[in-house]
Ligand binder design. Structure first.
Ligand code: GLY
Length: 353
């Protein structure tokens, strides 16, 4: 697979990626190299990664605990302390080997350590391959509020090796797949249709490539999310609020990010049908596609109230307005849409019916 060039770095795949990383290590002559992992990627991904890198001789491993609940500033402090104790300097490199928590948190840690050191993302989950590792969004959660603290700062390169996906359970793959379906909904009906027909996760190289191309096209036009990049948040306004609500409620199981935004996409597709002209057939198609793949979740009235009150923390909000990305059609979006309050309950009722 050819590499994808972004504004300042490249996304490389498989062997070409390892080759590019070897070249980067040789050319930059980093004073210290750190690899950030969690306990899962340490065990399941690091051996494969190291076996491909003949230029990587001297490195330190920094391990954090896996899970969204550890994506916070305390974990960053632990990593900054480790970097400092292990003599990290401004010519150090941080390689983030893991899923979205590792690439988001590691990117933020690198961006702030000594006012910024180089970092490279090596995503090991489908979600991180098609979304988190590309586009330069870095950061952590604030309490249970998602991604409230962070900066946009681009990595030196991204290396995507779908072989890492073999270590993942289907539920994790489905979670990442939701972001790929989103890419179809916001940018390409043809891609949406192709993905709907995919009934195995055996060979994802080509769709991963297509998703990164779509994401990169958007980010190139609007790297700092002033306008177009907002479309990547389709399904995320309600989806993030649902994810946070499930994380913070003692009596609820945790929803993976993709599971929450799959629900968010059904709800926001309903809002699109009411407010921006998405036709009923497409709405039905979106609902049935997601419900075939993602378990239906039940929401009580008090869940819905709690979720709606979390919307005020959404990062796209301005001047007290909650700004939604809605669909005009599959592959066509409208940004900065305001939703009258009475539509939220109707959207949940449509999800339930
Ligand atoms: N995950 C959405 C974005 O990168 O803009």
């Amino acid at each position: 697979m050819e590499s994808i060039t972004t504004s300042s770095y490249a996304v490389h795949f498989n062997e070409a990626g390892y080759k590019a990383l070897n070249t980067q290590l040789k050319e930059f002559n980093y004073s210290r190299i750190f690899i950030l992992v969690d306990e899962n990627t340490h065990k399941h991904c690091l051996p494969l990664f190291l076996s491909q890198l003949e230029e990587l001789r001297d490195y330190e491993i920094i391990e954090i605990e896996s899970g969204e609940e550890n994506k916070n500033i305390n974990t960053c402090t632990g990593v900054w302390e480790a970097l400092s104790e292990l003599d990290g300097d401004r010519k150090s490199l941080l390689i983030n080997l893991g899923g979205g928590v590792i690439t988001d948190l590691g990117g933020f840690v690198a961006s702030a350590f000594k006012r910024g050191i180089h970092f490279i993302n090596v995503p090991t989950s489908l979600l991180a391959m098609v979304d988190a590792s590309v586009g330069g969004k870095t950061g952590v959660d604030l309490g249970m509020l998602k991604n409230q603290i962070g900066v946009i700062n681009q990595p030196q390169m991204v290396l995507i090796a779908p072989a890492f996906l073999r270590t993942l359970e289907t539920r994790q793959l489905q979670s990442g797949f939701a972001e790929m379906l989103k890419h179809g909904l916001i940018k390409s009906e043809k891609y949406w249709k192709n993905l709907k027909q995919l009934n195995s996760f055996e060979s994802l190289d080509a769709p991963i490539f297509d998703s990164v191309v779509i994401k990169n096209e958007v980010v190139l036009k609007d790297p700092t999310e002033q306008h177009l990049r907002k479309i990547l948040n389709f399904g995320h306004t309600l989806g993030h609020a649902i994810e946070t609500h499930f994380l913070t409620s003692d009596n609820k199981e945790t929803l993976l990010h993709g599971e929450a935004i799959a629900i968010g996409m059904i709800l926001e597709a309903y809002l699109s049908s009411q407010l921006t002209g998405l036709d009923k057939e497409h709405l039905k198609d979106i609902k049935s596609t997601f419900l075939e793949r993602y378990r239906k979740v039940s929401f009580s009235d008090s869940d819905i109230d709690a979720i709606i009150s979390l919307l005020k923390y959404d990062k796209k909000n301005t001047h007290g307005n909650i700004n939604f990305v809605l669909l005009k059609a599959i592959g066509e979006t409208e940004i900065d849409c305001q939703v009258p309050n009475e539509f939220y309950a109707r959207a949940f009722a449509y999800y339930k019916e």
